[in-house]
Design a protein around this ligand. Structure first.
Ligand code: GSH
Length: 236
């Protein structure tokens, strides 16, 4: 039986209820992880960057796969992520954690990092900026699907224009808050901002996110040279 999967009496395969221990996953010291990822995914890159920042990347085995709208990936959906998305992180007790930000926060807390402040006002600033940087990645990935994966004769111009506007809005929002993030020891929001804008450079090189956004550009310049980011860049 695959972890978390049970065959019901009617013969269909269903997700099993998680055991109590898998609701409270505990990764042992020096335990290994498996990261399910797809090459250009900014969300997977965020987890890889965090693993490097925390010094646990050597304990992370990479399991690449191809994900795309319309691609079934039946085994992956059954045994790893019912939403058929990457990244997912499988711990050595068989528990799989889903969603990049949750995985990053799990690693930060269990490995004793400080990428997300544990309390105080800065915690909420970091988590709020992280939410918008993640949203920027989501909308950018969606725009990629709408303009590349969707067959040309099924494309919807108004929706594409709407997605482009959301990207510009999110960039302006981040620019107005970029100064509030650490430019030396990065926090999770700073890493996510760099990854989000570099995904735009990678997929939409004509969209100049730097123009009129000096604070975001300064944050990018302060962090982009770090090995966690330079070593995980999509075209590196
Ligand atoms: N909120 C999720 C988003 C993950 C996500 O959308 N991943 C994309 C790849 S960049 C994916 O797996 N897409 C496949 C699909 O939607 O079919 C996270 O942070 O992990």
């Amino acid at each position: 039986m695959l972890h978390g999967i049970a065959a019901s009496p009617d013969g269909h395969t269903r997700l099993a209820s998680p055991s109590l221990t898998s609701l409270f996953p505990m990764s042992g010291k020096n335990s290994r992880f498996t990261l399910h990822l797809a090459g250009p995914s900014p969300f997977a890159r965020k987890v890889q960057a965090v693993a490097i920042e925390l010094g646990v990347d050597s304990r992370m085995d990479l399991e690449p796969l191809l994900v795309a709208p319309g691609k079934e990936n039946v085994d992956y959906a059954r045994s790893v992520n019912p939403l058929k998305r990457v990244p997912a992180l499988t711990l050595d007790d068989g528990t799989t954690l889903l969603d990049s930000s949750l995985i990053c926060q799990y690693l930060d807390e269990t490995e004793g990092g400080s990428l997300v402040p544990r309390d105080g006002a800065q915690r909420w600033i970091v988590l709020n900026v992280l939410a918008v940087a993640n949203g920027l990645m989501e909308v950018s990935v969606q725009l990629r699907y709408e303009t590349f994966a969707r067959p040309e004769d099924h494309r919807w111009g108004d929706f594409i224009a709407d997605l482009e506007q959301r990207i510009l809005n999110a960039l302006d929002w981040l620019d107005a808050r970029a100064d509030a993030l650490s430019h030396d020891d990065p926090d999770l929001a700073g890493l996510a901002c760099v990854i989000a804008v570099e995904y735009i450079d990678f997929r939409f090189p004509d969209m100049d996110w730097r123009e009129g956004r000096p604070a975001l550009q300064t944050l990018h310049q302060a962090l982009a040279h770090r090995s966690s980011l330079a070593g995980t860049r999509p075209d590196s």
